[in-house]
Design a protein around this ligand. Sequence first.
Ligand SMILES: C[S@@+](CC[C@H](N)C(=O)[O-])C[C@H]1O[C@@H](n2cnc3c(N)ncnc32)[C@H](O)[C@@H]1O
Length: 211
Amino acid sequence: MYKISNKATIKTLDRLHKESSSEKLTIIKGALKGFFRKLRPSDMEDAYIAISKDQGEYIYDLLIREKAKNIVEFRTSFGISSIYLGAAAKENNGHVITTELLASKASIALQNFKDADVSSEIDLIVGDAIETLQNAPKNIDFLLLDGWNNLYLPLIKILEPKLKKGAYIYTDNINFSGSKSFIEYIKSHPKKYKTERLSESKGGVELTQFV
Ligand SMILES: C[S@@+](CC[C@H](N)C(=O)[O-])C[C@H]1O[C@@H](n2cnc3c(N)ncnc32)[C@H](O)[C@@H]1O
């Protein structure tokens, strides 16, 4: 299995995973707001809601094995997943486009990218992904979908014409109700997508290949 060797990247990821592992109360407080009205991204302004270390290491290994260069991420938060993507892009001579709605989260993510020594590999676009990813480059090798899952389907429809044959799509929280329309779409197009469940923990993870 390929492992990250850059010391600054490892140190920053260790710090961020540590911080994100102690945020249960922050998430509960944010989620409570969603009982009385629809949950908004700003309700989770202080929360990482990040991928785990195991997920990050899996993604890094996959990206190196596949020599992925053009990497796109739907949702940065404070940048944990983006740092794994940026570290792989550094090895593969590639590039990452990631997008975050909240400017406050984006500015912290940018500092984290500097700390992790992956700033030059990542372009972070602030704004609504439905608009910002319309301009994503062609020939995407890898797409990470993580969070606010009701947008997975509209996003895959925007990005599908830009996926390279053989591209991988790693989707977190696939068992959440918002992801239903996305997984139904993927499964109803077997000539376009091969898909498998990687894990049922943390809301489920699906790995899909565009064929
Ligand atoms: C689950 S978190 C992403 C975690 C990140 N992938 C990680 O592992 O560190 C989801 C993020 O999506 C952002 N977000 C929500 N709606 C969005 C939209 N329409 N466009 C861009 N970002 C959005 C939220 O502000 C939140 O920071």
